[in-house]
Design a protein. Structure first.
Ligand code: FES
Length: 167
């Protein structure tokens, strides 16, 4: 009487779509090759892409002149710039970055000064140092109007303290 061996089935009796250890290993191998190809593609793309630092643009729009009352000092926190409108109506823009060690200064309306919270430097509303340790005045940036009448400030262009924008 013939006994059937469950562990070594006759290949002729095996169904055509059965999943064997060979199929499993082929699948694992193909997966590993695919993962290696994707990984090397990602690394190649990263290697070939230019290695540049993306910095925010230096020019930005600061809104309409009417939104700044005469005699106001407004800090644009994102741009780190004070937009100053003199009582006479003209504008100028000052860096809010302290010239000592780079902290962001604040406008103190009650005292009428710009004060740095880090080491006590103080500046007048023109950006001049009135108390140290800041070694230099706050830089003044170029200001202009665009075609729609909006204020435009360019932080890449430092101008003299006489530069103002009359609107
Ligand atoms: S960083 Fe402003 S006083 Fe030092």
């Amino acid at each position: 009487m013939a006994q059937s061996d469950e562990r070594t089935p006759d290949p002729a009796k095996r169904p055509a779509d059965s999943f064997t250890r060979r199929h499993f290993l082929e699948l694992i191998g193909a997966g590993a090759i695919g993962a290696a190809a994707v990984g090397s593609g990602v690394l190649s793309t990263e290697y070939l892409s230019p290695n540049v630092v993306k910095e925010p643009p230096t020019r930005f729009k600061a809104g309409m002149p009417e939104s700044y009352p005469p005699g106001s000092v407004t800090l644009d926190k994102e741009q780190k710039v004070f937009i100053v409108r003199a009582k006479e109506g003209y504008f100028y823009a000052l860096s809010a970055t302290c010239t000592h060690l780079g902290c962001i200064a604040n406008w103190k309306a009650e005292e009428g000064i710009v004060a740095c919270p880090c080491h006590g430097s103080k500046f007048d509303r023109e950006g001049n140092v009135i108390a140290g340790p800041a070694p230099r005045p706050l830089p003044r940036y170029a200001m202009s109007l665009d075609d729609h009448g909006q204020l435009v400030i360019d932080k890449a262009l430092v101008v003299g303290e006489e530069a103002t924008l009359k609107v």
